[in-house]
Ligand binder design. Structure first.
Ligand code: PHE
Length: 441
C-alpha cells in the first residue's frame, strides 16, 4: 500500500498543477485535454504496466532490470536513457519547485498581497534575479537529498497518506472559490468547449509528452518503484488507479487556474509563469471579506504544492541514486551526492536562463524551456516507445504473462489486449506522432 502511494506521489506533482494548466492554455484548452485523455488511456496505462512488469520481475535498479529480464546487456541502454532523462528533469523541475518554496515563504510573510500587476511584476523580478531563485532551487534539491540518504521511506509514505487527500480537498475548495470570481465562466468554457482551430501541428506530441510527464512514464521511475512492489500487487489495477487520480488532479488544477486567469485578465497562454501570476490573486479576491481565511488557504496551498513536488523529486532522485549505488558499487550517500551535484548544476543554469543572464538559450528557447521540451517531448516518448517494443517483442512472453496475471490468478482475459497494445498500438502511435511532428506525414 505504501509503495503504491509513493508511486502516486511521484505521479502527482508540478506536472499536474503547474505544467498541465500552462500546456492546456497554450494549446487551445479542451481540444488539448481530449488528446491528453486519449494518450493516458491508450498509451499511458499500458506503458505504466510495462514498466511495472520489468521492475517487479527484476527487483533491481532500472538499468540492471532491463538487462536481467531480457538476458541481454544491450537493453540496459534503455535504462540508462531513463536515468539521464530523470536527471535532467530533476534539474529544471527543481527551479519551479524552488519558486513554489519561495512563494510559500512569501505568502507567510504576506508579501504577495497586491493587485494583478503587482503580482506579475513580483514574479518577474523574482524569477529573473541573479542568485535568489538559484538558491531556492539548490535548496530544494538538498531537501530531496537529505530525504533520500535517510531513506525515510516510511516517513514519506505516511506523509503521503495524510497529505494527498488534504491536497485534494484543498484543490476542491480553491476550485469553488475560483469559479465564483467575476468573469470566471469564460475560463470554464475555455476548459470544457474544444476549439479545434487552435490546435497546431505540434499539439499531438505536446499532449503525449504531457501525459507521460504527468504519469512519470518513460524515465524508469515506475520501474524503480515497482521493484519494491509486493508479488500480489495487481499491476493493471494500480496503473489504472494512479492514472485516474493523476488525471483528476490535473483537471481540478485546470478548473482552479483558468476561471481565475480569465477573471483577473491574465492570458491563458502565458506559459510557465501562469500559476504564479494568477493564484495569489485568487486567494485575495475570493476571500476579500475574510482576509485571514485567504491568507491561511494561500499558505496551505503552497505548502501542499511544495510537498507534491517533493514526492516527485524524491522519485527522480531515487532512480539515479539506486543506479549509481548498485552499478558503481559505491555507498548510497556518495551516490546521492553525485546526483545532487549534477542536478544542482543543471538547475542553476536553467534558473539563470530565465532572464538573469542573456544568451543561455538553445534553439530559441531558454535553457529551462529547452530541458522541459527535450525531456517531455523527445526523451520520455522515446523511453516509452523502446520499453513497449522491449516488453512486447524481446522479453519472454511467459514471464510477461506471469507478471501481468500474478501467475495466472488475475486479469487472464485482459492479457491478450495488453499484449496487442504493447506490441502494436503503443509503438505505432508514438512513431506516428513523431513523424507527424517532424512533418513526414
Ligand atoms: N510526474 C511528475 C509530476 O507530474 C514528474 C515526474 C516526471 C516525476 C518524471 C518522475 C519522473 O510532477
Amino acid at each position: 500500500m505504501g509503495i503504491i502511494l509513493a508511486t502516486a506521489g511521484s505521479a502527482v506533482g508540478l506536472g499536474n498543477v503547474w505544467r498541465f494548466p500552462f500546456m492546456t492554455g497554450q494549446n487551445g484548452g479542451a481540444a488539448f485535454i481530449i488528446l491528453y485523455f486519449a494518450c493516458i488511456l491508450l498509451l499511458g496505462i499500458p506503458g505504466m504496466v510495462s514498466e511495472f512488469i520489468i521492475g517487479r520481475h527484476s527487483q533491481a535498479n532500472a538499468a540492471r532490470a532491463y538487462g536481467h529480464i531480457s538476458g541481454r546487456k544491450l537493453w540496459k541502454l534503455v535504462g540508462h536513457l531513463g536515468i539521464l532523462t530523470s536527471t535532467i528533469i530533476l534539474g529544471f523541475y527543481a527551479v519551479v519547485a524552488g519558486w513554489c518554496l519561495q512563494y510559500l515563504f512569501a505568502s507567510v510573510a504576506g508579501s504577495l498581497n497586491g493587485d494583478a500587476s503587482y503580482v506579475l511584476s513580483y514574479f518577474q523580478s523574482f524569477s529573473t534575479h541573479l542568485w535568489k531563485p538559484c538558491l531556492w532551487a539548490v535548496g530544494f534539491i538538498l531537501i530531496t537529498h537529505f530525504v533520500i540518504i535517510r531513506g525515510v521511506q516510511a516517513g514519506i509514505e505516511r506523509a503521503s497518506k495524510l497529505l494527498m487527500p488534504l491536497l485534494f480537498v484543498l484543490l476542491l475548495a480553491i476550485v469553488v472559490a475560483s469559479c465564483m470570481l467575476p468573469g470566471a465562466s469564460a475560463g470554464i468554457k475555455f476548459l470544457l468547449m474544444p476549439d479545434f482551430s487552435k490546435v497546431s501541428q505540434s499539439v499531438m506530441l505536446e499532449a503525449l509528452g504531457q501525459a507521460f510527464f504527468s504519469l512519470s512514464l518513460g524515465t524508469c521511475c515506475l520501474c524503480t518503484y515497482a521493484s519494491y512492489f509486493a508479488k500480489d500487487t495487481h499491476l493493471l489495477r494500480s496503473a489504472g488507479e494512479i492514472a485516474l487520480l493523476d488525471t483528476l488532479i490535473a483537471i481540478l488544477a485546470g478548473l482552479m487556474i483558468f476561471p481565475a486567469a480569465f477573471s483577473v485578465g491574465v492570458q491563458p497562454d502565458s506559459g510557465p509563469s501562469l500559476i504564479f501570476i494568477t493564484l495569489p490573486n485568487v486567494f485575495q479576491q475570493a476571500f476579500a471579506t475574510v482576509p485571514t481565511l485567504g491568507y491561511v488557504i494561500g499558505i496551505m496551498f503552497y505548502a501542499l504544492l511544495v510537498f507534491a513536488a517533493l514526492t516527485s523529486t524524491i522519485s527522480m532522485h531515487e532512480i539515479g541514486t539506486a543506479f549509481f549505488t548498485e552499478e558503481l558499487n559505491i555507498g548510497r550517500k556518495k551516490a546521492a551526492w553525485v546526483l545532487t551535484v549534477v542536478c544542482s548544476l543543471i538547475a542553476v543554469f536553467c534558473s539563470l536562463s530565465m532572464g538573469a543572464v542573456d544568451g543561455l538559450t538553445l534553439f530559441g528557447m531558454s535553457l529551462l524551456d529547452f530541458c522541459d521540451f527535450i525531456t517531455a517531448q523527445i526523451m520520455l516518448p522515446m523511453g516509452a516507445f523502446l520499453t513497449s517494443l522491449f516488453v512486447g517483442w524481446f522479453v519472454n512472453q511467459h514471464t510477461v504473462r506471469n507478471e501481468f496475471t500474478n501467475h495466472g490468478t488475475v486479469y487472464q482475459s485482459l492479457f491478450p489486449v495488453y499484449q496487442f497494445s504493447v506490441r502494436y498500438v503503443v509503438p505505432l502511435c508514438i512513431l506516428l506522432i513523431f513523424l507527424h511532428q517532424f512533418g513526414v506525414i
